[in-house]
Ligand binder design. Sequence first.
Ligand code: C2E
Ligand code: MG
Ligand code: MG
Length: 600
Amino acid sequence: MRGHNTGPFPYPRALLVRAMALMWTAGGAMVLVCTVLPHPPGMVVGTVVTTGVLALVVGAAAFAAGARFPSWVFPATCFVGTWMITVTVVAGGGGTASVSFSLLYVWVVIHSLLFFSRPVALFQCAAAAAAYGVAHQWLGTLGAVEPLLLAGTLAVAAAVVAGLEHARDAASVDPLTRTSNRRGLDHVLEREMERARTDGWPLTVGMLDIDHFKQVNDRHGHEAGDRLLTQAVECWQGRLRPGDSISRFGGDEFVVVLPRTTPSEGRQIIERLRADLPGAVTFSAGVAAWLPHDSMSMLLSRVDAVLYEAKRGGRDRTVVNGDDDSAVRALSAAIRGGEFVVFHQPTVSLRTGRITGFEALVRWQHPERGLLPPSEFIPLAEDSGLIVQLGEFVLDRACRDARGWLDRFPDEPAKVSVNVSGRQLDDPGFTDAVACALRDSGLPARLLTIEVTETVLAASLPSWAERLWDVRRLGVQLAMDDFGTGYSSLNQLRRLPFGVIKVDRSFVEDLPDSPEAAALVDAMVGIGRALGLAVVAEGVETAEQLAYVRGAGCDEAQGFLLGRPAPADVAARLLERQSLPAAAHAPGDHSGDRAAAHAG
Ligand code: C2E
Ligand code: MG
Ligand code: MG
């Protein structure tokens, strides 16, 4: 709705600039032509030529600048134009030329009424009327007829334009709530999208739907429904900022357009709209940001889709498009609620065939979806920063489990490996967290290994290197995980205190048939040897693979053939079985038992 919450320009800026440029160039050209045609003797040609040329320059500049014109320039130029017309009228000499030049005021009136907000338009029209009066007072040469005709023309033009504008507004207004209707929303969105495009500010749109509105209509009648809608709109209008706008999209659906607002700010604004609603009225809301290249319908359909999600999620809530907030909240609650468990997968010595330790692998025991692997939640945990909290839990749990094994089987201490992501190494508290986990569990530092994947190290920051050294100084072992999948690892192996490399599963997978995989595994073992590092083969699934990696000179192996990841008590049972005299072994009752049988 024009003048209400819609800012100064109800039209796209490009149209405004083009109209302005056309008026200035046409005006300038016509004035200049008048000076070369036969004209009344009283005309001060020099002044008229000057204003004509100036007008041409302004017009050309406007054409060239296009939509880049800042907003304040439009009313300012209009005001300056009014006084340039006045100078031209006076320079016309008071005869028919002055009267003809006075016609140019009509443009000022039409332009300002069409393109400016009502107060600015009234000011511009008043300025034009005053300028007109001053000019003809100054000249004092005109009779009664000409001013009357001109003033009348001006007034009628103003009335007609204002009337058309009013009709246009009326067609865009919802009669019940007095907000924009769908057509008005089109105007608002078109304008705001264009502004966002030229100014580069964010633009966010929300769609609100009153919960159970149909029941209000059915139970209490349409009048009650109408009353509810008007009351809700009144509340909302009182809480929106100047420049925001609300439109009735249809029925009980409303669209709020929030210029210069990010989606998360949009969520806050919409949450504020929940206060003071009459009775127990609630609403569901969807929020989405306008993206460059979005058409209006693309934007609205995205908002509509998240509104649907909000309704499906139980109503009385706001869902933001592309926002993982709810997933992050669920993850955070699960960490606090103790829904994560740590599984352990054995690593086996290829010389002795005995279990040397376990890799701790986290799982989410989801109440509805069951046991979830790390690929389902680690990426979100990393993006949201929750990995720091989750990582500390895993570290703590793993150290306690390992301490438990040590207490029961002190003759053959089992190591434990914990995976950490880049985000954890970013955290200045990482070294302390490791030290705390060791101290609280009583696990000797030499039994803990920290695994960092090679791809993480490719983007290594100096602070990470520092932190890895600090951890190493605690006595903890460092392993480069998924070796062979990154690119900068050789250099990192030289600079950082790694003691172990874990050959990535993707190489072991193709053994022994692929000569390339075999050559690469051999090369990696060679690198390990040369640098004095232990080499672990990951993902060993077949006896042939196991035979190959043993023959190639790997120190340890890990994989489904030797034992799947399993809870800590299963790990303890494997150690227990291993500690018994060989005769007591009962082969085949657990996959992990195969460790000794195969690898030994
Ligand atoms: P990873 O560190 O390379 O761990 C080995 C992954 O390979 C594990 O998958 C394991 O179950 C799987 N695996 C082991 N042997 C075999 C085999 O013979 N065949 C096949 N096909 N797979 C095998 P999982 O548990 O799904 O973990 C995936 C990745 O998630 C891990 O790769 C690790 O990078 C990450 N991750 C696991 N736990 C944590 C954690 O606590 N913190 C962090 N930051 N990352 C973790
Ligand atoms: Mg690992
Ligand atoms: Mg790995």
